[in-house]
Write a protein that binds this ligand. Structure first.
Ligand SMILES: Cc1ncc(COP(=O)(O)O)c(C=O)c1O
Length: 190
């Protein structure tokens, strides 16, 4: 069954401001109704070219037939098991393919996460465990995500970090506004 809503842009803007916090911003005041390939349409039927592509993660476009087919086949096979409970072949095959193409010498292994912030946090955990060295260097202006360690690594204070400190320790970054010469400083929060 396809659920169709017939709300206007103004009604949806009202819903958004009533039920969704301001902390999650949308760059454009557009409510998408549907998308196909590199195009999307708002609820009034206006057509846009989607240059953002979910911030670079939709490079095959919306509703690509091979993606739709693979998703449908997987949903019919099993919806979700959590890999930590029982593993499954598609995860193992994807790990194998990524290890085969990753330009890294020697033995490799792959692990998958749901978000970029989760991947960044786990990369730091793995690096710390492997090296025994806790400190991480990040760069001014960098963006690494919205969870606390990823946010600690994020160099841009506005709008991501304001009022959310204290941040994780052992993050070394450089910036002009911080007396400790850090743009994501664990000491002063700037
Ligand atoms: C470079 C970079 N790292 C991390 C993230 C965080 O990803 P997510 O929003 O999926 O947690 C993003 C998201 O835009 C990103 O661009």
């Amino acid at each position: 069954m396809t659920v169709r809503h017939q709300s206007t842009e103004a009604e949806l803007a009202e819903l958004r401001s009533t039920y969704v916090p301001r902390g999650i911003t949308s760059a454009h005041p557009v409510t998408v109704d549907r998308a196909k390939g590199s195009e999307l349409w708002d609820v009034s039927g206006k057509r846009y070219i989607d240059f953002a592509g979910g911030i670079g993660v939709m490079n095959v476009g919306h509703s690509h037939p091979r993606v739709m087919k693979a998703v449908q086949e997987q949903l019919e096979r099993a919806t979700h098991t959590s890999f930590q409970v029982v593993h499954y072949e598609s995860y193992l095959r994807l790990a194998q393919r990524i290890c085969e193409v990753a330009p890294i010498d020697g033995p490799k292994k792959a692990i998958f996460f749901s978000t970029g912030a989760e991947a960044v946090e786990n990369a730091v955990k793995i690096a710390r465990a492997a090296t025994g060295r806790p400190a991480v260097v990040s760069f001014q202006g960098a963006f690494h995500g919205r969870t606390l360690l990823a946010l600690s690594l994020t160099g841009s204070v506005q709008p991501y970090k304001q009022d959310f400190g204290p941040y994780a320790a052992e993050i070394l970054a450089r910036g002009a506004s911080c007396p400790h010469r850090s743009s994501s400083c664990a000491s002063c929060g700037r």
